[in-house]
Write a protein that binds this ligand. Structure first.
Ligand code: ADP
Length: 484
């Protein structure tokens, strides 16, 4: 059905301890294509018992994996990176089928996903400790960094490959084995990565993928004392729950949670560039990224001009099955996602919002939704507080820099923020005033493997990617050398 060059990349079993398994009770769950509703295949519906075995296999694999030099680990990771790139077309087809994003975006994600493996393979070689001044003449202070131990990762459906490699890359490079539970809606990308890891020579038990009940798998991952660290990307609500579940065994946590990104257009902005940035930030992945612009604040003097240009740009977006050429916006992931966008549009229009584009389900049916713009949006509307996670651009109006900073920061989230201005003083003041982990100035795209990705406030803990990303998988050991 999927026209893969290498059909063996579509695996319908889980990868534990270097082998492929069905669920103990042989139960499966179907995975569907959101663009067509067709079944792509099935995955094992595993639970706590299989997860426990994967954790024990990872623990057994740990001593040999940590003993390898970073350079030896990098050789395997490098091979894995190369295999991902060589198979990028097939991996993109699998991703588009299960996730819906346009093929070009899916291929872009595979390259982005591989970049974390390549980057951390190298960063692993740069993990170094310290020697410090000793207060005692006969003793010396040495600080080393060690792999934290068995790690677990729970990942979302919006980036089915990159959210995995961003966690697995630093874990493996640091010397930690890992068990991944991919989102139930997009497991085939994760399983294909496991096929390629195996081909790259990954030792058994070092990289494991289990699919099935999120509650049972998550429950085992968070309660099992062997697991030393959990990395999660998903909603703030589930992040809070996992943090609570990890409390009894005091696990180290990395959390990449929800966002409510402001996108601010000041009156001195290059409006064409701002529109281009808004399209990239808002409509990429049909608005389903945690760094998507969620609230667009436009200064009074340029409000109408920006709105008109945005309407013209949105009219050029092509909605359709991501496998068709030229499509720029695929379906939303599922019906529930469409209901949320509909709720936000209805709420805004009922409270005085003005519809400039879209507003409805797309004629293609399924979970397709029209690219939408609503003007005259105010802070009492749902879109001001909640992440829409869909192709809806709400346009707020503002007057002064102080006003817009107060509005932009009036949220419990603090992941990404964007603004457009050409005034250097304003750029510094606003960049420093925004309460967020990442700020895009005159750009709507900020993610890459070299920069630190992460949030403040209730958007999470820790940073992924960059030289900081590997620290989340390391622990510090202080050795006091006496008898000198
Ligand atoms: P999203 O809004 O991106 O779907 P979720 O937080 O619901 O975010 O899901 C992200 C990941 O968390 C998915 O892999 C999902 O299966 C998993 N998940 C959801 N609920 C739980 C839970 N109670 N325990 C563990 N994992 C969970």
């Amino acid at each position: 059905m999927l026209n893969l060059k290498d059909p063996t990349l579509l695996r319908q079993q889980c990868h534990i301890d270097g082998k492929w398994f069905d669920a103990d009770d042989a139960t499966t769950v179907a995975v569907t294509n959101p663009a067509t509703g067709a079944t792509i295949g099935t995955i094992p519906h595993m639970g706590a018992a299989e997860t426990k075995r994967a954790i024990e296999a990872a623990n057994a694999a740990w001593p040999a994996w940590r003993k390898k030099s970073a350079k030896e680990r990098a050789t395997i990771l490098r091979k894995w990176n190369d295999l991902m790139l060589e198979n990028a077309d097939d991996l993109a087809l699998i991703m588009t089928a299960e996730q819906g994003k346009p093929l070009a975006e899916a291929k872009g994600e595979i390259v982005y996903a591989a970049s974390f493996i390549e980057w951390f393979a190298e960063e692993g070689k740069r993990v170094s400790g310290d020697t410090m001044q000793s207060p005692w003449p006969d003793r010396r202070i040495v600080v080393t960094k060690e792999p934290i131990g068995v790690c677990a990762a729970i990942t979302p459906w919006n980036f089915p490959a990159a959210m995995i490699t961003r966690k697995v890359g630093p874990a493996l490079a640091a010397g930690c084995p890992i068990i991944v539970k991919p989102a139930e809606l997009t497991p085939f990308s994760a399983l294909a990565l496991a096929v390629l890891a195996e081909r790259a020579g990954m030792p058994a038990g070092v990289f494991n993928v289990v699919t099935g009940s999120s509650r049972a798998i998550g429950g085992e991952m968070t309660s099992n004392p062997i697991v030393r660290k959990l990395s999660f990307t998903g909603s703030t609500q589930v992040g809070r729950l996992l943090m609570e579940q990890c409390a009894p065994t005091i696990k180290k946590l990395s959390l990449e949670l929800g966002g409510n990104a402001p996108f601010i257009v000041f009156d001195d902005a290059d409006l064409d560039a701002a529109v281009e940035g808004a399209i990239a930030s808002k409509y990429r992945n049909a608005g389903q990224t945690c760094v998507c612009a969620n609230r667009l604040y436009v200064q009074d003097g340029v409000y109408d001009a920006f709105a008109a240009k945005l309407v013209a740009a949105v009219a050029k977006l092509k909605v359709g099955d991501g496998q068709e050429p030229g499509v720029t916006q695929g379906p939303l992931i599922e019906e529930k996602a469409v209901l949320k966008v509909e709720e936000h549009v209805a709420d805004a229009l009922a409270k005085g919002g003005r519809l400039l584009a879209g507003g409805k389900r797309h004629a293609l049916g399924h979970s397709f939704f029209q690219p939408t713009i609503v003007a005259d949006v105010t802070s009492d509307m749902l879109v001001a507080r909640e992440e829409t996670f869909g192709p809806l651009a709400p346009l707020f109006r503002f007057n002064t820099d102080d006003d817009v900073l107060a509005m932009a920061n009036d949220t419990e989230f603090g992941l990404a923020a964007y603004f457009y201005s050409r005034d250097i003083g304003r750029i510094w003041r606003v960049a420093e005033g925004l309460e967020s982990g990442m700020v895009g100035v005159n750009t709507g795209l900020i993610s890459n493997e070299i920069a630190p990705f992460g949030g403040v406030k209730q958007s999470g803990l820790g940073r992924e990617g960059s030289k900081y990303g590997i620290e989340d998988y390391l622990v510090i050991k202080y050795i006091c050398m006496g008898g000198i």
